[in-house]
Each structure stands twice: as structure tokens, then as C-alpha cells.
Write a new protein. Structure first.
Lengths: 166, 266
């Protein structure tokens, strides 16, 4: 067993877990934060994406013990329980950027990471390229791309409704 | 995955000592090859030596004639480094094409180079630029470093600390990625430094990264895509699998080499 200690969604957490415990398992099974999903388990699909120290990371490919002292953000950490949705979440709701929702937490956290790295004015080509590590089986990505473009603008303080009428 | 003990040394010497003393020990850098392999039970090291707590292994420095990158430097750092973009833009471009954004936040140049995956990108950059792999014991030229499938010249207790890339006059990397995994089905790195021409190919060879002498000779006469017109390499020695036959990979080598040279002279 190994001791792990990190900050998750602003709260300090500790655990005593098998060294084989992946970050995604620690979050889901030990902390009961089940918004982060296991999709492919082979580092390709992005359903497990969280933020570690401000950067998108595939949580199925990191051991929990590696996160000693790290700052982890999951989908649950984007909004208060009864508070307003994060602008990116709101954009996914508004633009119907999901169907089954399985890829969605990973998509949203990846999207926020894209904005952090590439800014608030994202064109379609950039979004599609930056989403190469996120797979969706339901939507065909069309509304995900729209949602991200809109969410990026709102995160920058702009109006989400600046696109041409759909 | 199988059980293991993990260690978090704070110096390279400690890490090398652990590697030498422990049976079946593996270094952990970015983990995006080792951990997936362990999850599939294709690897079961009894000891994992995590490199992340060792100071001084990350960072990018440019000298007058070369750029030196610490072994634990992440792909994203190389891809977005103004130093690399200015000194060897083809190297930054290659790093930006590895995996996907989340993978690039964890994967490292030391890990990729030491692993020598036949479909990885960095071996093509190392061979294509004539890099020097610097370890805790010696300096190894790229031409002597890559030995075969997942095999390098590294000794059992040898650890890569930095990779040094010479600055060149012209270079480019063109990759045909597998659409799902984004590994290189074929990737070609070309460079020209004075009269030294290098054409390095990853993804295609059954034995890992290799140089194409015939293309290098043709480009010595004139470094332009027309010099490679109609040139091909034989399919023997190329890898064939569900993603592409040996013939297809051999064909792609010619196509991508021409595109890479065109990009390098553009």
C-alpha cells in the first residue's frame, strides 16, 4: 500500500492505496468522483481527461502516487453543486454538444485546456485538430466543435451568440 | 497489472544505482508507454524508478551550434519553445505531432528515445539531425544508438540525461499518422547541414528507424524534391500489419520524403 496526498477540486485529500491504483481509479473509486470516465483504457479516447497542475492529462495513464502534492481538477470541480455551470459546460448544454454524455467530461476539460493554450477565438480547424485525443461515438463531433467555439468566447468575456444563425 | 514497488530517487546516481541493483526494474518518465504496457500485462517490472523528482533533467538550452534538451522535458514544452522554434523549427513541429495534447503534457524526449518504438517520432528526429544522446556514462551518436525494435545502445544501468541536436540549414518532418493512435505509420525527417544530408524514416522499418542512403546520395547533388522524383525503396525490411502492408509503407517513404524535402526548402 502506498500513501497518496493531493489536492482535488480545491480540497486536500489523502489515501492509502495499492501502488497500481491509477489516478482515474483513485478519483472514481476512492473519492467517489465518478464524473471522470474510463473509456478505452489505452490512452486514446480522452474520456478520462482531468487537469493536473493546470494541464489536461489522461488520468488512466498516471498512477495516483505520482500526483503527490499536485493540484487536480475534475469535471465536478467546474461548478458549485447548486451554482451556475462553467461557461464551457453551459456551451455544451446550449449547443447540444453531447448525446450519451460518456465522452463529455473529458471533452469539456480538454476544451478548457485548449482555451488555456490557444485563446478564446478558436476556429473549427484548430478545435478539430486539438481534439485528436478525444473520441466521441455518438455525435460526429459537429455540435461539440460548435460548443467549444462558443464556450471559448464566453470564457473570454465575449458573447456566445456571435456565430451566424444555425 | 502485476504488482511492483516504486522508488522516487532525487538524483541520477540514485536512479542508476537502483537500476543496477534491482532485478526487473524500469524507469518511469512520462509513463505513456510504460503504463499502458503494464496495464496490458505486456510488461511486469518488479520495480519502477520514477524520474520526476530528479532536478535538472528538464529544460531547453541553445548554444551557437546546437540545442540541448533535458531528458525529462515534455513534448509540449519542446513543441511550444520559442528557442526550438527559432533554432530547429522542424524539431518543434515534430514534437507538436506526437500523440495528442494530453499525451504531450506527460510524454518526454528521454522516454521516447530510450524506448525506440518503431512507430515513435523522436527516433526520426535524432537520426535525421544526427543528435548526440547524452547519458550518465557517455555521449552516443544517434547513428550508433538505435539498434533495432525497442532496442538501443543503452547499458542496463545507463540513463539518458539530455539529447543534443545540431543546428542545421534546412530540415522538415512529414508524418502519415495512424488515424486512431496517431503513431507514425510512416514519418520522414530530412535535414541538410552543409554537405551532410540525412533522411531518417520511422514507422516503416521492421527493425525500427533507419536512414535511406540512396535518397541522401540523390539529395547531395541537389537538395530539392525533384532529386527524389521516381525514387522508391524496396519493400523488404519494411513492416507489414493491419494498418499497412510493407509495400504500402515503402511507397509512403518515397512520397513523404519528397514532401519533407519540399517543406524543408520552402
Amino acid at each position: 500500500m502506498s500513501a497518496v496526498a493531493m489536492t482535488v477540486n480545491g480540497k486536500a485529500v489523502t489515501g492509502d492505496v495499492d501502488p497500481r491504483t491509477l489516478l482515474v481509479q483513485f478519483l472514481r473509486e476512492h473519492l467517489r468522483l465518478t464524473g471522470t470516465h474510463v473509456g478505452c483504457d489505452t490512452s486514446q479516447c480522452g474520456a478520462c481527461v482531468v487537469h493536473v497542475n493546470g494541464k489536461a492529462v489522461k488520468s488512466c495513464t498516471v498512477f495516483a502516487w505520482q500526483l503527490e502534492g499536485a493540484d487536480v481538477l475534475t469535471i465536478e470541480g467546474l461548478a458549485e453543486p447548486n451554482g451556475p455551470l462553467h461557461p464551457m459546460q453551459e456551451a455544451f448544454r446550449e449547443h447540444h454538444g453531447l448525446q450519451c454524455g460518456y465522452c463529455t467530461p473529458g471533452m469539456i476539460l480538454s476544451a478548457i485546456d485548449i482555451v488555456n493554450r490557444k485563446g478564446n477565438e478558436l476556429d473549427e480547424h484548430t478545435i478539430r485538430h486539438e481534439l485528436e485525443g478525444n473520441i466521441c461515438r455518438c455525435t460526429g463531433y459537429h455540435n461539440i466543435v460548435k460548443a467549444i467555439a462558443a464556450g471559448a468566447r464566453t470564457m473570454g468575456g465575449g458573447s456566445a451568440g456571435q456565430q451566424a444563425a444555425e | 497489472m502485476y504488482e511492483f514497488k516504486y522508488h522516487r530517487p532525487t538524483t541520477v546516481r540514485q536512479a542508476a544505482g537502483l537500476l543496477a541493483r534491482q532485478e526487473e526494474a524500469k524507469l518511469l518518465a512520462g509513463g505513456h508507454t510504460l503504463i499502458p504496457t503494464m496495464k496490458l500485462r505486456l510488461a511486469g517490472p518488479k520495480h519502477i524508478i520514477d524520474m520526476s523528482k530528479i532536478e535538472g533533467l528538464s529544460g531547453i538550452e541553445a548554444g551557437a551550434r546546437s540545442v540541448t534538451i533535458g531528458a525529462m522535458t515534455k513534448h509540449n514544452e519542446v513543441a511550444t519553445s520559442p528557442v526550438v522554434q527559432e533554432a530547429i523549427p522542424a524539431l518543434a513541429s515534430l514534437a507538436s505531432q506526437i500523440g495528442d495534447p494530453a499525451v504531450r503534457h506527460m510524454g518526454t524526449i528521454g522516454g521516447s528515445t530510450a524506448n525506440n518504438d518503431p512507430n515513435a517520432d523522436y527516433p526520426a528526429a535524432c537520426l535525421g539531425l544526427g543528435a548526440i544522446i547524452i547519458t550518465n556514462k557517455r555521449r552516443i551518436a544517434a547513428d550508433e544508438f538505435f539498434k533495432g525494435l525497442f532496442e538501443t545502445a543503452l547499458e542496463p544501468d545507463e540513463i539518458i540525461t539530455k539529447v543534443q541536436f545540431p543546428k542545421v540549414n534546412k530540415a522538415a518532418y512529414v508524418k502519415f499518422p495512424n488515424p486512431a493512435s496517431r503513431y507514425a505509420l510512416v514519418g520522414v525527417f530530412v535535414s541538410k547541414r552543409g554537405s551532410e544530408i540525412r533522411v531518417a524514416v520511422t514507422g516503416a522499418g521492421a527493425n525500427g528507424v533507419f536512414r535511406v542512403k540512396s535518397f541522401e546520395e540523390a539529395l547531395k547533388k541537389r537538395f530539392g524534391p525533384k532529386s527524389l522524383e521516381g525514387m522508391t525503396i524496396p519493400a523488404d525490411g519494411m513492416g507489414g500489419d493491419i494498418h499497412g502492408s510493407a509495400e504500402y509503407r515503402a511507397h509512403l517513404v518515397g512520397v513523404l520524403a519528397r514532401r519533407a524535402v519540399a517543406a524543408a526548402v520552402a
